[in-house]
Design a protein around this ligand. Structure first.
Ligand code: APR
Length: 168
């Protein structure tokens, strides 16, 4: 439970949108707390390699500005459309790509928000199961990162994810 912007590890994951230029929710919180350096780098990405925006399921890292983390890894979760439009695979890809980027950048601790479960409407229990499976399979095949945290902003988020972790 807490505010992901207070995380003092390697990488904070941002639940961004394809535009990468900020928004509400955790995206807004990260840009507010991190300051303009993050947006400046996002703008540079949009002017260059990511001219068409960051596709859902993909991830890109930037500096963390005033945040205590070393880097911010921006990822775009799927918008929930009922679950039959490839949302689970896209959400799993977000977790895997962020972990892969953290490992590649030597960032040994990563904190995730509950990607897509806010504005993007992904049901939390279903999102939790996708997150656990994707994180577990990545960590089975990779040494790094050594520490992965899920940081919940609300009791409801935490409860839903903990519930989903119980064996059925
Ligand atoms: N710290 C940790 N978690 C947070 C914080 C915070 N400061 N603020 C919000 N959250 C949680 C929400 O409670 C939710 O569980 O982040 C999770 C993801 O919710 P959103 O931020 O709404 O992200 P998402 O559902 O992926 O939608 C992304 O929303 O804010 C816009 O620009 C963003 O367009 C993008 C869309």
């Amino acid at each position: 439970m807490g505010d992901i912007t207070h995380f003092e590890g390697g990488a904070i994951v941002n639940a961004a949108n394809s535009g990468l230029l900020g928004g509400g929710g955790v995206d807004g919180a990260i840009h507010r707390a991190g300051g303009p350096a993050i947006l400046a780098e996002c703008r540079a990405l949009r002017a260059g390699a990511l001219a068409a925006g960051l596709p859902a399921g993909e991830a890109v890292s930037t500096a963390a500005g005033k945040l205590r983390a070393v880097r911010v890894i921006h990822t775009v979760g799927p918008i929930w459309e009922g679950g039959e439009r490839g949302e689970p695979a896209l959400l799993a890809s977000c977790y895997r790509k962020c972990l892969g980027l953290a490992a590649a950048e030597g960032l040994d601790s990563v904190a995730f928000p509950a990607i897509s479960t806010g504005v993007y409407g992904y049901p939390r229990e279903a999102a939790a199961r996708v997150a656990y499976a994707a994180i577990a399979s990545f960590l089975r095949d990779n040494e790094h990162p050594r520490s992965v945290s899920l940081i919940f902003f609300t009791k409801g988020d935490a409860h839903a994810f903990l519930e989903a972790a119980q064996p059925r």
